[in-house]
Design a protein around this ligand. Structure first.
Ligand code: ZN
Length: 441
């Protein structure tokens, strides 16, 4: 089981911001299940909380060469290296108190943040991580830069860097990212700039806290007053930045990111694209006004041509999306008139968990039995595994079931599914079915 994580106890560190030059102290505190990463400006009246989410990102033009959050007049600059470390270590929930407007730059990499989190200890919480699983390519583009994310069982980044500078010509790196590879390959890579642009940037108020120790400055003869930690330290730092920005999605992701010269602005554009996609594909999304992404839509009469179930044991009102043998999305509007509420429980009506499983299995049945070769068969349970009930379902809720096929053979079928209410998972399970000819049963 891949559970959510936070830290075991508090930790703190302090330093100078790379861009403002302001001194700040940050304190890490454990976060609750499903709370995400939250920054707290403890130096401002009312200690405003800013969630690390793409909708809170400040306009890029106002604070170039970094990723910053803003809410009202409260701002927090240069969150990306810390956010990257949290992504790399798989920390889902954390409170970060800060007494100024910029995260300390430390040595320009993620090392000190890793150390602080590890000193605090990583604590597993009693709830599974909710991955965004990439099902189809999503992309974002700018002049001379591109980002694509493809389906992949795991998380991988392939980056291509190419600058008009002798020491920053073509570099390519591809890496499956987990806690171990992040720490050994990415975390220590420091931020960088070109000597030619350094002065101009500082005149614009960028990099006021930067020096030759915390920033690699590339001159005509190479790095000035410093030594590289990796021969390709710059591309590793670009990957570090990308992971930090991607963490503003607010949930871990399964996919393969292919990046060509991307920077903060484009990274954030991709995060927004992913969020749009998420709303379209239901996982965490909305069913009302839902437009099918692919496949067909079935009403009750069509459902009854595929499933033998009838009232009061048909628990699917409509199929919003059907890709026969692959994927289906179905809904059930839960109302007080549903007969089971009469006994479960009249004083406090709650939909029985086993009926939610039955309903999800019916959506799975429609998906499995809709290809021509399986038409007319019946599906019987052989096993139900990995069941998690996360929230109760009550009259007025709309249950949205999303099911995916595992191996479907002529006599057996595997299906995994999640049910959502208002975009939140209420139950998930894996099913194994026996497929039988009607006359065999
Ligand atoms: Zn950076």
């Amino acid at each position: 089981m891949d559970n959510q994580k936070t830290i075991a106890q508090e930790a703190s560190l302090e330093g100078i911001g790379l861009h403002t030059g302001n001194k700040a102290k940050i304190v890490f505190k454990p976060g609750q299940v499903d709370s995400g990463i939250n920054f707290v400006r403890v130096d401002l009246p009312g200690s405003p909380v800013i969630k690390a989410a793409v909708e809170n990102v400040s306009v890029q033009a106002k604070s170039p060469r970094r990723t910053s959050l803003g809410k009202g007049s409260a701002e927090i600059h240069t969150i990306e290296h810390l956010m990257s470390v949290l992504f790399g270590l798989g920390i889902d929930n954390l409170i970060i108190e800060i007494n100024n407007n910029e995260i300390p730059g430390m040595d320009g990499s993620g090392l000190d943040f890793i150390q602080a989190i590890k000193n605090a200890g990583i604590k597993e919480l009693d709830s599974p991580r909710n991955y965004f699983v990439v099902r189809e390519p999503i992309y974002a583009e700018e002049e001379n830069a591109s980002l694509v994310v493809l389906p992949f069982d795991g998380f991988k980044v392939s980056y291509t860097l190419n600058y008009e500078h002798t020491f920053l010509k073509l570099q390519f790196k591809s890496l499956i990212i987990d806690g171990v590879s992040f720490e050994s390959e990415i975390a220590a890579a420091r931020t960088f700039c070109l000597e030619d642009e350094a002065q101009e940037l500082q005149q614009q108020g960028v990099g006021l806290g930067a020096n030759y120790d915390n920033t690699l400055v590339f001159g005509k003869a190479g790095v000035i007053k410093n030594r590289l930690r990796f021969e390709d330290e710059c591309i590793r730092h670009k990957m570090l930045d990308l992971l930090g920005d991607l963490n503003l999605l607010g949930q871990p992701i399964k996919g393969h990111i292919i990046a060509l010269r991307s920077g903060h602005a484009l990274n954030l554009k991709l995060v927004k694209k992913i969020l749009q996609q998420k709303q379209k594909t239901i996982s965490g999304g909305i069913a009302i006004g839902y437009q099918p992404v692919m496949g067909q839509r079935l009403e009750a009469v069509d459902i009854m041509k595929i499933l033998p179930h009838r009232d009061p044991f048909l628990f699917v009102d409509r199929i919003l999306e059907l890709q026969p043998g692959k994927r289906a999305v179905g809904i059930k509007n839960v109302t007080i008139n549903d007969y089971f509420f009469k006994g479960h429980f009249p004083q406090r009506p709650v939909m029985p968990g086993v009926l939610m499983l039955e309903a999800m299995a019916q959506v799975g049945g429609i998906m499995m039995l809709s290809p021509d070769e399986n038409r007319g068969k019946l599906a019987f349970f052989m096993a139900i595994n990995n069941v998690k009930f996360r929230k109760t379902v009550v009259p007025g809720d709309q249950l949205v079931f999303e099911v995916f096929a595992g191996k479907i053979k002529s006599k057996t079928g595997q299906v995994s599914g999640k049910a959502y209410v208002d975009g939140k998972v209420v139950v998930e399970a894996d099913f194994m079915f026996a497929l039988a000819e009607t006359n065999e049963s």
